[in-house]
Design a protein around this ligand. Structure first.
Ligand code: ASP
Length: 311
């Protein structure tokens, strides 16, 4: 094994289009997206600097992004065809390969924390819908009103998307294809990896639709021996390639995290015409990322301890 490297974290605020084409925003719309990922990365970095685990770091970073209305996760999530919010999230511990996930959750403020409770306090990996909500109450996570997760910006987008979709295509058509999931992957000082991802899913999704985010190996994966990965983009396409595991396997076979990320996104475009992005951290703390959408907001720590944020 190579010598222990310093802790590292990389977060994303979703693959998608530029803020300038967002009808709810005007010039400078990308600044909040950059500030948010920087803030989340710094929060995760603070956990790692204090000697915290990669698992705590990714949960902390994702919670910051879930509470930030800029992103499609937690507060500010995109709306379903029925006009409310349904949240998906997952988390994975690379040391033990334990993982937890929730899908179609309507009444929790921070679904990543509920996913962690599923991992640590149940015998299961994935809980969905009312069962996930009931488990949240048992785990002491208070109910949160769905209306509080809905922002005026997402309501306006929903109205516009619904009008655009009227009379076109099958139910569940996704005009505009706006993404914006959040995720974090980290390596702690003990050399352990973790990954977490959280989303409101795809705009105008059918109620009950589950994307890649809560599916282990698709939207999220972590194995100390391979890599930690979080995906964003068109979930149905990401599922077809089990994209997170695809990236981790490439790193396991010797690719750098950056090369593995690029290879995976090339395959996403080539094999299934999918759009999206990934972030990766390798066993020695090297970060990687790639996307084939116009932008993917992200922030990561350098070996010197600086935080770099980019779109
Ligand atoms: N991957 C998410 C999903 O399909 C969407 C996103 O990344 O924004 O649910």
């Amino acid at each position: 094994m190579p010598p222990a490297a310093s802790p590292a974290i990389i977060v994303h605020g979703g693959a998608g289009s530029l803020g300038s084409d967002d009808p709810a925003s005007s010039g400078g719309a990308d600044a909040p997206r950059l500030e948010g990922v920087r803030r989340a990365c710094e929060a995760g970095q603070a956990v790692l600097r204090a000697g915290g685990s990669a698992l705590d770091a990714v949960e902390t970073a994702v919670r910051v992004l879930e509470d930030d209305p800029t992103y499609n996760a937690g507060t500010g999530a995109t709306l379903t065809a029925a006009g409310d919010v349904e949240l998906d999230a997952s988390i994975m511990d690379g040391e033990t390969l334990r993982c937890g996930a929730v899908a179609v959750v309507k009444d929790v403020r921070n679904p990543v924390t509920l996913a962690r409770a599923v991992m640590e306090r149940s015998q299961h990996v994935l809980l969905a819908g009312p069962g996930a909500s009931a488990f949240a109450r048992e785990a002491g996570i208070p109910p949160y009103e769905n209306a509080l997760l809905v922002t005026a910006r997402q309501r306006a987008r929903w109205e516009e998307a619904r009008a655009a979709a009227a009379g076109t295509g099958p139910a569940g058509t996704l005009p505009g294809k706006k993404f914006g999931t959040v995720g974090a992957v980290a390596r702690d000082a003990r050399g352990h990896l973790a990954a977490a991802t959280s989303t409101g899913g795809m705009q105008l999704k059918l109620p009950g639709r589950v994307g890649d985010t809560p599916l282990i190996g698709c939207g999220t994966y972590a194995d100390d021996a391979l890599a930690a990965v979080s995906c964003t983009g068109h979930g149905e396409r990401i599922i077809q390639l089990t994209l997170a595991r695809f990236v981790a396997d490439r790193v396991g076979r010797g690719a750098t995290p950056m090369d593995a990320a690029r290879e995976a996104i090339a395959a996403l475009g080539r094999r299934v015409r999918g759009e999206g992005g990934v972030i990766v951290v390798g066993p020695r703390g090297e970060v990687g990322f790639a996307h084939n959408t116009p932008v993917m907001s992200r922030a990561w720590t350098t070996p010197d301890g600086d935080v770099v944020a980019e779109l």
